[in-house]
Ligand binder design. Structure first.
Ligand code: SF4
Ligand code: F3S
Length: 104
């Protein structure tokens, strides 16, 4: 499965949503997650993210994000259409440790 990671927070470009063939993205206020049971591992979302926030879960060090994607995809609503990015997306692209301050 693929997972959404830190740099999506406060950017939420949503280009990923548009290309996913199985509509397995779920939306919080500042962040999206992928439902690991629904993701078919096609990989098409990864290069579409302008923030490079989507990674295959086989990359090392993603344990925290694997848990977050699994947990919040059960709590948040499904999103199936692209929206405008968050207003400060460009400013927040690349900021460190967004999880601690802005995860929601
Ligand atoms: Fe959707 Fe494919 Fe990305 Fe999984 S890897 S979230 S199925 S686009
Ligand atoms: Fe987030 Fe990138 Fe999608 S910023 S909403 S994972 S396109």
């Amino acid at each position: 499965t693929y997972v959404v990671t830190d740099n999506c927070i406060k950017c939420k470009y949503t280009d990923c949503v548009e290309v996913c063939p199985v509509d397995c993205f779920y939306e919080g206020e500042n962040f999206l997650v992928i439902n690991p049971d629904e993701c078919i591992d096609c990989g098409v979302c990864e290069p579409e993210c302008p923030a490079e926030a989507i990674l295959p879960d086989t990359e090392p060090g993603l344990e925290k994000w694997i848990e977050i994607n699994a947990e919040y995809s059960e709590k948040w609503p499904n999103i199936t259409e692209k929206r405008d990015p968050l207003p400060d997306a460009e400013e927040f692209d690349g900021k460190e440790n967004k999880f601690e301050q802005y995860f929601s």
